[in-house]
Design a protein around this ligand. Structure first.
Ligand code: 2M8
Length: 442
């Protein structure tokens, strides 16, 4: 494999890779939204759409705006943005758990069928990126005016109803809400649910869409479904959720993105003539809470915290690095996290791998090939690049950028990559990989 700096500095290569990335986004466009993958994920996913909008913003402002507007068209009255918006033109059994699983017991019937859990809140940042890149600034400012209230309602939902631990940090109530679905950080809670005898009929059938490499054990998957079904059966209410609900966690990446997005809301507010001070203060308060509650001095980085026990979950995962996008983090915590990032746990793997692993390479749970338990992902790499740039670590950011682009050029727009060998894995023609490559090439 040629080294990337030579490759990406060539305009021809930039154009080829960029054209290929745009072709993936074209193929996955469904008229008002983009599917993450035509084969595996045939609906609209929340944080996927935010990343996709960031890529679309590089070549089609209108479509980038529509992508986010469609997602927020399915926002719930309580402000939550559902993790999946189901496409009515796609057969109900094309993805499981599908609309029938999520809908039963829901208190309101939204305009579009949706799930009832959420995903990481990177949307305000995406809206800001769309504005920043816009060729038609007045149209983009109108777009920001339309998105502002829905984005505020989304953040308010997370800051109030999901403030389960009382510090202002948002708690996730299902592993899928983290975006890092089967991270070993969730194993403890999931195993507890298994021990409680979590069983959901037809859990096995629900494994059909899951490729073998990423498939959890049957018992684990039943526990995932059981947690979702329990939340559904209480009408997706967050009131009085503790202590009986089996999962409530403050995740560093989720909250880092919330703080980052809140900072973007401050910028958006300034453009449209609203008060930005409040957003700015809230962003910094979130960063301070993140540093106080989620920084683990022993590991030298950020980790999740179990709201039910009040204890940190000492698992070193990429989520603890992605927290670097947050404003308001103290210098020593940032410096230590950067040291972990470029060391043997994440970046510098065997054979000089330059891919960012999703799990500590020295952990016994590390598997370079298995979904969120080791492989390298474009979206978390992109987030960490932004975190590094924010803190002035531009050489490390560039190493990550060139390592990812080199891998994508060799392997295509895959869902994820073996963190040791760089071999592509998961589904092909994956939208957020294409979108974020476009952003990184520009
Ligand atoms: C994966 O999650 C879905 C459930 O939401 C699944 O496993 O079926 C995760 O990688 C998630 O982060 C991503 O948003 C989704 C679609 O790309 O796939």
């Amino acid at each position: 494999m040629e080294t990337l700096p030579a490759l990406v500095s060539s305009p021809a290569v930039r154009t080829d890779l960029g054209a290929a990335a745009r072709a993936v986004l074209e193929a996955n466009w469904r008229g008002r939204h983009t599917v993450p993958s035509a084969h595996l994920y045939p609906h609209q996913w929340s944080w996927d759409s935010a990343f996709i909008a960031i890529g679309l913003a590089r070549f089609d402002q209108h479509r980038a705006q529509l992508e986010l507007a469609t997602l927020f068209g399915a926002q719930w009255p309580d402000g939550r943005v559902p993790h999946i918006v189901f496409d009515p033109d796609t057969p109900a059994d094309a993805y499981v758990p599908g609309p029938r699983f999520w809908a039963s017991g829901a208190p309101v019937v939204p305009i579009r069928a949706t799930s009832g859990i959420v995903q990481p809140p990177v949307h305000a940042r995406a809206a800001w990126e769309v504005y920043r890149r816009a060729a038609d600034r007045p149209a983009a400012a109108d777009f920001l005016r339309r998105m502002y209230e829905p984005l505020c309602a989304w953040h308010d939902y997370l800051g109030t109803r999901r403030n389960l631990g009382g510090s202002g940090l948002a708690a996730i109530v299902h592993p899928w809400e983290s975006g890092t679905d089967n991270s070993p950080a969730w194993d403890g809670a999931v195993q507890e649910s298994c021990a409680r005898g979590a069983t959901v009929p037809s859990a096995r059938a629900d494994l059909r869409h899951v490729p073998a490499a990423q498939r959890p054990g049957d018992a684990d998957y039943a526990a995932y479904l059981d947690l979702a079904a329990r939340y559904r059966d209480r009408g997706y209410s967050d009131t009085g959720l503790l202590p009986e609900h089996g999962f409530a966690v403050e995740d560093p990446m989720f909250n880092g993105m919330l703080a980052w997005s809140e900072e973007s809301l401050a910028r958006i507010a300034a453009v449209i003539g609203a008060n930005s001070r409040w957003h700015h203060d809230r962003a910094h308060a979130l960063g301070a809470a993140l540093a106080e509650r989620l920084y683990d001095p022993a590991l030298g980085m950020f980790v999740p915290r179990d709201v039910r026990t009040g204890r940190q979950i000492p698992v070193a995962g990429v989520a603890g690095l992605a927290a670097l996008v947050s404003p308001g983090l103290p210098g020593p915590a940032v410096a230590n996290t950067c040291t972990q990032l470029i060391g043997p746990r994440f970046l510098n793997g065997p054979g000089g791998a330059r891919l960012l692993a999703s799990l500590d390479r020295t952990s016994p749970d590390y598997d370079p090939q298995r979904y969120w338990r080791g492989p390298s992902w474009a979206n978390t790499t992109w987030l960490v690049i932004h975190g590094l740039r924010r803190h002035g670590a531009s050489a490390a950011a560039e190493a990550l950028r060139s390592g990812l682009l080199e891998t994508v050029r060799a392997e295509g727009f895959r869902e994820y990559y073996n963190a040791d060998t760089g071999a592509g894995a998961g589904t092909t023609d994956f939208s957020w990989t294409a979108a974020l490559v476009l952003d990184l090439l520009a």
